[in-house]
Design a protein around this ligand. Sequence first.
Ligand code: ATP
Ligand code: MG
Length: 539
Amino acid sequence: MSRAARAVWIAALLGAAGLAADGWRTEPDPRVLDHYRRDIRELQALDARIDGQVMQSRQALVAHYDGIVQTMTDTNTVLARLERVEDLEGPADRERVVSGLGALRASLAEKAALVESFKSENAILRNSVRYFPIAAKRLRDELAASPETQRLAADVNDVLVSVLELNETPSSEEAWSRAQSSIDTLSVLVVPLGMEEDFEVVLRHAQTVVDRGVRVDAMTADILAVPSASDAVAVDTALERAMRDAYRRADHRKIVLFVTLLGAVVGLSVDIILRLRRSAAQERKATARLAEANEILVREKERERELLELKSRFISMTSHEFRTPLAVILSSTELLEAYGERWTPAKRADHFARIKDATAGMEQMLDSILVIGKSDSGKLEYNPVRLDLARWTHHLVDAFRPTLTKSHSLEASIDAALAEACVDEKLLNHIVTNLLSNAVKYSPAGGVVRFAVKRDGDRAVFVVTDDGIGIPAQDQPMLFDSFHRCSNVGHIRGTGLGLAVVKRAIEAHRGELHLASDVGRGTTFTVSIPLGALHELVE
Ligand code: ATP
Ligand code: MG
């Protein structure tokens, strides 16, 4: 999870860095737009100036063309500047502006060509407009001076008036036809001798004003009709749209960049939180492990303390318990030594039996101490062997019977279906023998001890019942403690080790023990142990 969060924020950060770098590279420069727009405005102004200058030339308000030529040059310079559109982003945007500029260049070229023609046509017209009135007036005055040519003077005057009128109102059809017809009239009249050239000059200028005036007007209209102004507007619009798109894209990129950065920040935060949580969890785990280790240490110390206590109790108890049989052995041996030869064989045998009993008792005690000691230090060996439980129990009962006194009897019920079991024979012997001997020992008034062994599923159940003194309730919790003897034992001898051994032997078999007892009425011990699996066998 933390690894995924780290991958997310690193990827987002890289993405953001890439976007930022790309953004810096492609972000439109507002100064570029300003330059373009200023150039377009200038171009529009220059274009309008050309139109104005053409009109002024047509109306003879300016005599030369330097202004127009300069304006045309300026226009081309600005256009060339505009055509450097490499700063614009994106092929589509560039395309739109470039094609707009192409159209603009074409219309400006068309205008330039028209202006060129206009210049020459207008120059001729201007020349005739200037010289025609002078030549016509001179001819009219000369003709008017002589009576025979006065009529001709009137015709020349007609031409003069109508042509000047046409020059004033160039678009008037009526003025044009009047001027043309006056020229036509004059041109067919007989010219006085010696004046042909003057007539020729007047007529040529008059005809020029009539013809060129119309042409120059048409040219002026053509120049004004060239769509350079609208083309410049189109370029401006395309440029503005391109820039708007570029800004929108830049904004979009900024949003994506912001979102990506946000993603990186969120990823980073999640990563940090997860790391913190993980380290907190690790810390918690470590603390828990430490606490556990501490607990184990405390438990072990406690166990060690208990063991030590047990050991010292063991030593004091055993030394105490050993003292009695040892004293018996010592006194019998001394007596035998001193009086043995004088004693009857029966008396000697009695003392030998005492020595044997004491020794056997010590041996059993040692055996029990060994089992308990090994079990408490976790070293009790569990050696399961294949055993025919029914046969084994029969043998045990047969061996036990001779130890019974006359006042006791043993009723054994052994289930023949017990068949084979996988048990530790020595430990099982401790269990059964201890329970049977207790049943007898704690029934001082005598009685019947019942012993049943049966099979319950995959378990063997041993039940020992007596009608003896019973076990007081307050003693039951300590019943299996080493050396614990119940409050009601009276003079009955014992060390309090038997049941401690029984308990450990049952534990080694993973068995269970159940006790039911009534003081003064009797006790029932029920032991259940698994028959065991054959793979547990020690061959
Ligand atoms: P040991 O068995 O070592 O010779 P013990 O019989 O006193 O000595 P346990 O067999 O461990 O020791 O029994 C502990 C105590 O439990 C006995 O002292 C006795 O008080 C009580 N007890 C055991 N079995 C019976 C029983 N069947 N009826 C009454 N009390 C019993
Ligand atoms: Mg006992």
